[in-house]
Design a protein around this ligand. Structure first.
Ligand SMILES: [Zn+2]
Length: 246
């Protein structure tokens, strides 16, 4: 293993993601981080007192895909566009998988479109095993996940699920369904050894539970998400402008 990997800790990785412009706080929205104010919100730029208050508390107010509101927005893929961060993430996940004794059980790494792609590659390079296959899922016209053309998972291959961000596990559940669907015609079920994600935003899942499967989850960075419905959002209550990804 190469020397620059040594000693990289999860908090260092978070700092790296910040340096790479993948983390947005209201007072520190990185250059190139495409956010736009959500219509109907007050305008931050014209309220100096409010701006000052937000800067002081390092708080943001962002709209999530779930329609809930949060105070820190992390877009992992923005960090992974740089090879240094990609290598660091790959090695951190490799190390965690080794510690949990999952490494020797993996035949295939695969994850939801499209966030998993760069993570799958980073991890495959870090593990550097000639036996491990990297595959992808894509979306059909209805948005359902499907195994990429030409790949096959039949024959009891052991699968490590990979993704950039874990929040509720919804994407991983869809990935599991797609993998199982791809082997159904052979009368098989897929064998999942665990899940590896760059960023875990769930508050408490060492293990993540599915309808029929429980599997270990490893994360390079853990940063629990605080989110609120609009009606309960403390930032809405203070009229702090809301931003969404462009
Ligand atoms: Zn809000």
């Amino acid at each position: 293993m190469m020397e620059y990997h040594n000693g990289i800790q999860a908090n260092t990785l978070l700092r790296r993601l910040e340096e790479d412009g993948a983390v947005a706080y209201a007072n520190r929205i990185p250059v190139g981080f495409k956010l736009k104010p959500v219509p109907g919100q007050p305008d931050l730029r014209f309220d100096a007192a409010l701006h000052e208050e937000i800067e002081e508390n390092c708080e943001g107010h962002f709209l999530l895909a779930s329609h809930k509101h949060t105070n820190v927005f992390i877009q992992v893929s923005l960090g992974l566009r740089f090879v240094g961060t990609s290598k660091a993430v790959g090695f951190e996940l490799y190390k965690l998988l080794r510690e949990k004794e999952l490494l020797d059980q993996i035949d295939v790494v695969i994850g939801p479109p499209v966030g998993a792609l760069s993570v799958v590659t980073a991890l495959q390079y870090a593990i550097d095993s000639p036996k491990i296959e990297a595959m992808y899922l894509n979306r059909d016209a209805e948005g359902k996940f499907r195994l990429g053309r030409g790949f096959q998972l039949k024959g009891g291959k052991r699968i490590l699920l990979v993704d950039d961000v874990f929040t509720t596990g919804g994407s991983l559940r869809k990935a599991i369904a797609a993998c199982n669907e791809s082997v159904r015609e052979y009368g098989e079920q897929c064998n999942f050894v665990g899940a590896a994600v760059v960023l875990n935003r769930a508050s408490d899942p060492e293990m993540f539970r599915l309808a029929t499967v429980t599997m270990p989850l490893v994360a390079a960075v853990t940063y629990p998400l605080r989110d609120w419905d609009e009606s309960a959002c403390p930032y809405c209550a203070r009229n702090i402008p809301l931003f969404a990804l462009e």
